[in-house]
Design a protein around this ligand. Structure first.
Ligand SMILES: NC(=O)C1=CN([C@@H]2O[C@H](COP(=O)(O)OP(=O)(O)OC[C@H]3O[C@@H](n4cnc5c(N)ncnc54)[C@H](OP(=O)(O)O)[C@@H]3O)[C@@H](O)[C@H]2O)C=CC1
Ligand SMILES: CC(C)=CCC[C@@H](C)[C@H]1CC[C@H]2C3=C(CC[C@]12C)[C@@]1(C)CC[C@H](O)C[C@@H]1CC3
Length: 383
């Protein structure tokens, strides 16, 4: 399947792009349809599923079907988050929108929590094309808003152009952190560099893999060799590293209603105290399927991504994970399923609305052909 890196490399020079480009080069269209994808334009366009127009699948009996909002609509809506348990995805028709060569990215440091939720709520409903926040500790964060621009502005202010994707540039999250001290400012970033800004540092996971990787000498001499491919890291980690990561590392994305941001940040701070945190608002329409907005109608949500080593002394992967999952269910939120999930089947069914999924599985003879999604994604089932 096609990757995000291939899509931006092909489409952007032609003046086109996808409305949502999940940021790591190697993410595939298939994985993002069957799982989910969220990015800094999601406050306007929703999740990756919301930019899909038509899907082609091979079903359990070998037949090939296409589905969309108009044709086989039940199947179309049930496919997202189904992780390949309804059929094999063979083609996707996805929306494209005009691109421009640069993003004007505004960095706005905030130094207190209430200011953070106020500003994020304001910009999530505002006119900017991109919205993303990195939280650096309990109270300090940098809210970023971006807009597509042509060549004129960067040409007029060449000192404001920052090609952040070059091998010798500082890791993006480290660069963002400097604005806490420097104060509010803006830069022009080439579009592809912006889209894939978290690739080189795998968000900030690279600092646990190559702790000296942001040293300027290392970057200039060896920066072109990193990052290692996530798929390679996954494939080559031995049992010991795997267990170390399982016990001492936390990788989760929780999607909660935006009005629950403050309480959610408190929970993450109390339970894992991992920083930076990734905050990415997205609009969730009330479409049929697994994800039903807590309010029953279109609602603004936010993805809270925590990747790293917990600093809390009583961290216990399973117990802590379960407490956070329960909190997320209690506020009408969702957990992304690429990471470990410890929910019981009942909790999983409370978090995700299975009514359409169950109906479609019966209709298309999936019960014997494919596992149920819980049995594929839950931690106890994976072991
Ligand atoms: N910004 C974001 O939103 C980010 C999202 N992610 C997550 O990472 C995952 C995407 O990673 P990626 O490596 O591309 O995907 P994966 O290969 O991890 O696939 C994810 C799931 O989709 C299934 N799948 C993939 N392609 C097909 C297909 N053609 N037909 C049927 N099922 C398919 C896989 O099934 P099987 O297990 O059988 O192979 C698997 O269950 C997503 O789940 C996403 O949520 C990760 C980073 C960033
Ligand atoms: C932005 C969203 C929604 C998600 C980003 C998630 C990523 C940060 C993780 C997805 C898979 C993770 C893996 C690792 C780091 C964090 C992710 C890229 C490892 C590379 C960490 C080191 C281990 O040895 C292998 C891991 C594979 C998966």
């Amino acid at each position: 399947m096609v990757t995000m890196g291939q899509l931006t490399a092909t489409l952007n020079p032609l003046g086109w792009t996808l409305p949502i480009i999940p940021e790591m080069d190697d993410l595939t269209v298939g994985g993002l349809v069957m799982g989910t994808g969220v990015e800094s334009s999601s406050h306007r366009f929703g999740l990756f599923q919301h930019i899909c127009l038509e899907l082609e699948l091979v079903l359990s009996d070998g037949s090939v079907v296409t589905c969309s909002r108009e044709e086989n609509a039940d199947l179309f809506h049930a496919v997202f988050w189904s992780y390949g348990t309804l059929g094999f995805l063979t083609a996707v028709q996805v929306r494209i929108v005009p691109a421009r060569p640069y993003v004007r990215l505004q960095y706005r440091p905030v130094h207190d929590r209430s200011q953070l939720s106020r500003l994020l709520t304001e910009v999530s409903g505002g006119p900017h094309q991109f919205v993303e926040t990195l939280v650096f500790d309990r109270d300090r964060a940098v809210v970023m808003t971006g807009d597509l621009v042509g060549h004129a502005e960067p040409t007029a202010e060449p000192h404001k152009v920052n090609t952040i994707g070059l091998w010798h540039k500082p890791w993006f999250f480290k660069h963002v952190q400097t604005f806490l001290e420097r104060g509010e400012d803006y830069e022009y970033i080439p579009l592809r560099d912006y889209y894939h800004r978290h690739t080189r540092a795998i968000f900030w996971e690279i600092q646990d893999i190559i702790p000296f990787g942001n040293n300027p000498v290392f970057r200039w001499l060896c920066g072109w060799m990193v990052p290692p491919k996530v798929s390679l890291l996954k494939l080559t980690q031995g049992q010991t590293i795997k267990e170390l990561y399982e016990k001492n590392h936390f990788i989760q994305d929780m999607l909660v209603p935006l009005d629950q941001l403050d309480s959610s940040l408190d929970v993450f701070h109390r339970e894992v105290e991992i920083y930076p945190l990734w905050l990415c608002p997205f609009v969730l329409p009330a479409d049929p399927g697994f994800l039903q907005p807590a309010s029953g109608k279109e609602q603004m949500y936010i993805d809270i991504g925590a990747y790293g080593v917990p600093r809390t002394v009583n961290f216990d992967a399973v117990k802590t994970g379960r407490r956070i999952e329960k909190f997320v269910i209690s506020v009408g939120g969702f957990q992304m399923m690429y990471a470990d999930s410890f929910m019981t089947r009942e909790e999983y069914r409370t978090m995700f609305d299975h009514s359409l999924y169950d109906k479609v599985r019966r209709r298309f003879d999936c019960l014997i052909a494919f596992p149920e999604v819980y049995d594929k994604v839950n931690r106890s089932a994976r072991d």
